[in-house]
Design a protein around this ligand. Sequence first.
Ligand code: ZN
Length: 341
Amino acid sequence: MPLVSMRQLLDEAAKGGYGVGAFNVNNMEQIQAIMEAARETKSPVIVQASRGARSYSQDRFLYHLMLAATEIYPEIPMVLHQDHGNSPATCKSAIDMGFTSVMMDGSLMEDGKTPSSFEYNVRVTREVVEMAHAKGVTVEGEIGTLGGIEDGHGAGGTGLEHVTDPAQAEEFVRLTGVDALAIAIGTSHGAYKFTKKPDGSVLKMDLLMEIHRRLPHTHLVMHGSSSVPKDLQDIINQYGGKLKPTWGVPVEEIQLGIKHGVRKVNVDTDNRLAITGAIRKVFVEKPEEFDLRGYMKPAREAMKKVVAQRMVEFGQAGHAGDFAPIPLAKMAEFYRQPVGA
Ligand SMILES: [Zn+2]
């Protein structure tokens, strides 16, 4: 199956009432872990690359690994998404490269750190929507500012400093025409999301419900949605790691979000933890090991396990065969139709 647009995947998810995990990748083993999990659970997938991942992998390597995945897993609908594009130029380079979806994060200035104005956000996002939709490529925007920092991108701070204003979200979608909208409802990037055990009301559910009520046809996106499970932290620390105690977003809270319009759920930290723990374990238990495959295989397997579990928990499992892919050219035609047609 060729790479498909994220819009199609999320439209299907909305119909089916489920969420789709969007997993970050930097190398071959991570892509393989996601694809094996998708095959095992029969899930459609969103694979995403940050700017950092694109420069680490020199883009073309990543893109061709994804093409290999479409050959080896023809039954799995797959989206290649640019995570946190910091400028229209970054999004353009992703589209030129063959990405089928881009995020224009205009909630921050081009430096990826300084919160921007609403007007700036609308302007750059609108520019990307025009460029992307002409090619059938999906666009995710962001309104409100997430907490934390990931891959050098982020405003820092907690997830509650700049939560999304529902009226502004509605206005933003009307002015830009984005397909999907990342909202700030209390989550943050990175491993250190919460310094104590969350009490079951981590997410601003009232905000989420109000945004979904105003924008029933916009797919909502939750960033920073790793659950940071204690068992994965423990493996790292048991084998010489030094993670400070930390808590992520409980899966039940994400599932509640999915009930209220969340269709894309970004997960990265959990996979990083799984991989690091598995590698540390081999290094401690078999210090004589020096074959890369000796530790990359268990690392890949550990990530696959986490991804498969999330696919089941988010509800995307079993839905890989629900639909035939719509070519990007057809999606471009769809976007050319007047609104409401
Ligand atoms: Zn993010």
